[in-house]
Design a protein around this ligand. Structure first.
Ligand code: IMP
Length: 197
C-alpha cells in the first residue's frame, strides 16, 4: 500500500525537509497549497490546530500542518510564535541587532506538527536547543538558519548539509513522532484509503 502524506505549506524549505524526514519512514510527501487563516496565539499548538480544523474535509488525508518558531531566552522567548512576522520585518540582521552586547545567546527552535486523519487531529512537538551566532553564516536552509547554532555543533543550520539538519532539527523531531504514530494507526486501520479528494 502506498504511504502518501499531504503537507500543507507554501514554504519550499519546509517542504524539502518534510520530504527528507518523512521519506525515511517510507512516506511520499505531496505538497498542498491551501489557503488558511493564521491564528495569532502564543501557543504553536493552538496555531496549528486552528489551521488544521479549517482544512478538514477540504484537503486529502492524511494531511499535516506544521508551525515553528525561534524562542530566544534573553528576549523572554521572542519572537516565538511571531517568528514569521519578525523574519519578514526585522529579518536576521534585526534579530542580531537586538542581541548586540547580549552575552546570553541561548535559544531554541520549536516545531509543532498537526496530523489530521480519520476524524482525529493530533499534535506532535519537536525542539532543539542552541545559541544565536554573532553574525549570519551559511547559505543553506531558510529563515533564521544562518544565525542558529544547535548544541553540540560549531556550524549554523545554514552551514550544515540539509541531511544533517534533517536528522537533528525541531522539525525532524516533530515529524518523526508524527510518522511513528501514523505508521501505527494506519497499519491497524481497516478502512484506510490514501487521499480521498
Ligand atoms: P512558520 O510560521 O512555521 O512558517 O515559521 C515561522 C518562521 O520561523 C519562519 O518564517 C522562519 O523564519 C522561522 N523558522 C521556522 N522554522 C525554521 C527553521 O527550520 N529554520 C530557520 N527558520 C525557521
Amino acid at each position: 500500500m502506498e504511504r502518501r502524506v499531504y503537507f500543507v505549506t507554501t514554504n519550499e524549505g519546509k517542504l524539502r525537509e518534510a520530504r527528507i524526514v518523512l521519506g525515511k519512514y517510507g512516506f511520499r510527501v505531496e505538497a498542498v497549497n491551501a489557503r488558511k487563516l493564521e491564528l495569532q496565539s502564543e501557543s504553536l499548538e493552538e496555531v496549528v490546530s486552528f489551521a488544521a480544523a479549517q482544512l478538514v474535509g477540504k484537503v486529502a488525508e492524511p494531511f499535516v500542518v506544521e508551525d515553528a518558531g525561534l524562542f530566544i531566552q534573553s528576549l523572554g522567548g521572542f519572537p516565538g510564535p511571531y517568528s514569521s512576522y519578525v523574519y519578514r520585518t526585522l529579518g536576521v540582521k534585526g534579530v542580531l541587532k537586538l542581541l548586540e552586547g547580549v552575552e546570553d545567546r541561548r535559544a531554541k527552535f520549536v516545531s509543532v506538527s498537526a496530523l489530521c486523519f480519520q476524524g482525529e487531529t493530533r499534535t506532535f512537538k519537536g525542539e532543539i536547543e542552541g545559541t544565536i551566532s554573532f553574525e549570519a553564516r551559511g547559505s543553506a536552509g531558510f529563515g533564521f538558519d544562518p544565525i542558529f547554532i544547535p548544541d553540540g555543533y560549531d556550524l549554523t543550520f545554514a552551514e550544515m548539509a540539509l541531511q544533517l539538519k534533517c536528522e537533528i532539527s525541531h522539525r525532524a523531531r516533530s515529524l518523526s513522532a508524527l510518522a511513528n504514530h501514523l505508521l501505527r494507526v494506519r497499519d491497524f486501520s481497516s478502512n484506510f484509503k490514501p487521499g480521498y479528494v
